[in-house]
Write a protein that binds this ligand. Structure first.
Ligand SMILES: Cc1cc2nc3c(=O)[nH]c(=O)nc-3n(C[C@H](O)[C@H](O)[C@H](O)COP(=O)(O)OP(=O)(O)OC[C@H]3O[C@@H](n4cnc5c(N)ncnc54)[C@H](O)[C@@H]3O)c2cc1C
Length: 389
């Protein structure tokens, strides 16, 4: 099947509406949130009311039913405007597991509220302190007990858990030594965070390099109703994998947004800042890193578009989604480095916002999956080389 890939400003009206909202949330807003490690409630509310965060929820469940590329464009514009896309990203994609694998009753119960912003499903608990990227070894257990599961264990880096009504949780329901494949025996649950704080559920904020509202979570025999199991018990790992390509594409396009912001700031500053009697941008030592970062960003953007086009056409896109994430995260970082160097000492002044974005964009090489793990995917699944783990 042929897929179409638009070059240039696709979804111009969508981009324009996002930019108009973002213009009301300047750097001072984000700096203040960082000072208090707070959640951008007003920003998220505006995006939700404009219908952007329900972009991927089908119309029959109250969303806008847009293609993945449109959702990616929304996130790109948020970051390209100097704002932060992570909360929007979470509200957009975490519900994907529910949408694809939930029962009709679960979908009718939760999706309209998520689309309308009445319910925040922005927390996703996969990573654990002792198992890291080796997800199938995770230790959090969910044991069936009548009409409930009892969950015990620990998650780390669960972002937004303090600000989310529900979380999507991956836990082991059958011990690893009782399954034939290590990917079996894991299950996905919707956990209501509102009901159980202090009663089998403890959430502790992690002080981090960026304001990501990230936490560690402790479960101690937390009762989760069996009706909150998504899909079949034991198939959870496959359900999570199913959603990863979409997430990679969204994250990659977000990184492109950061890169565009860095390049715009750098070129402007390089034209305006006069030292030794001429704009610093007239020096090739200043100009070329910005030009190179732009070239690499453009190349990464094309792969992001190709991955999204394949995804939206229902075609296999695992390789493209992973490569898009790899290239976009690195291109954004190079653009960030160019911006730091171009701004000289002023890059360190918080009011210029460069240092904040630089810290934020570094994350894309580590989360939701680190660069090495993407390279391992390409090496093994695309190029057929032996497995390293
Ligand atoms: C700010 C922030 C927010 C996050 N939000 C969430 C969230 O909401 N939900 C969630 O579940 N997780 C979240 N994470 C966790 C994130 O997904 C993980 O940090 C990431 O997947 C890497 O896992 P790890 O930190 O355990 O690193 P490790 O798995 O310990 O890896 C450490 C390093 O070793 C490398 N490495 C490991 N194994 C291999 C190998 N076989 N070959 C080559 N290199 C290897 C990795 O690439 C990495 O560079 C977040 C993390 C951060 C920092």
């Amino acid at each position: 099947m042929l897929t179409t890939l638009e070059i240039g400003e696709d979804y111009p009206e969508l981009r324009d509406s996002v930019r108009r909202i973002c213009a009301r949330f300047p750097g001072a807003y984000w700096r203040k949130l960082e000072d208090t490690q707070s959640y951008p409630t007003e920003f998220v509310t505006e995006l939700t009311e404009a219908g952007f965060l329900g972009a991927l929820i089908p119309e029959e469940y109250g969303g806008s039913g847009l293609p993945l590329r449109a959702a990616a464009v929304i996130l790109e514009e948020i970051n390209a405007s100097g704002c932060v896309a992570s909360q929007g990203h979470a509200q957009m994609y975490i519900m994907g597991t529910l949408l694809r694998h939930g029962s009709e009753e679960q979908k009718r119960r939760y999706l309209p509220d998520i689309a309308a912003g009445r319910l925040r499903l922005q927390a996703f608990g996969v990573t654990e302190p002792s198992t890291g990227s080796d997800t199938t070894k995770l230790k959090t257990r969910a044991v069936r007990n009548g009409d409930h599961y009892l969950v015990s264990g620990q998650k780390v880096w669960t972002s937004r858990a303090m600000h989310s009504d529900m979380m999507l949780l991956l836990a082991r329901t059958t011990p690893a030594d009782q399954v034939t494949k290590r990917t079996d025996g894991l299950s996905v649950f919707l956990v209501d965070l509102r009901e159980h704080r202090g009663k089998g559920l403890e959430i502790r904020p992690i002080e981090a390099m960026i304001n990501h509202n990230t936490t560690e979570i402790f479960f101690d025999n937390l009762p989760v109703p069996a009706e909150n199991l998504i899909g079949a018990e034991g198939s959870g790992f496959r359900y999570i994998l199913d959603g990863l390509n979409a997430e990679r594409i969204l994250v990659a396009t977000e990184a492109i947004g950061d890169g565009r912001w860095f390049i715009a700031k750098s070129t402007q500053y390089a034209k305006d800042r006069v030292v030794f009697g001429r704009p610093i941008g007239a020096n090739q030592g200043v100009q070329f890193p910005i030009a190179r970062a732009w070239a690499e960003l453009e190349a990464a953007d094309m792969v992001c578009r190709r991955a999204a086009a394949l995804f939206d056409a229902g075609q296999e896109c695992g390789a493209d989604a992973n490569i898009a994430k790899l290239l976009a995260s690195e291109a954004a970082w190079k653009a960030g480095e160019a911006a730091m160097q171009t701004h000289g000492g002023f890059a360190y002044a918080r009011e210029y916002e460069i240092e904040r974005k630089w810290r934020e964009t570094r994350l894309y090489q580590i989360a939701p999956i680190s660069t090495n793990l993407v390279l391992a995917y390409v090496g093994q699944h695309v190029l057929g080389m032996p497995r390293s783990y």
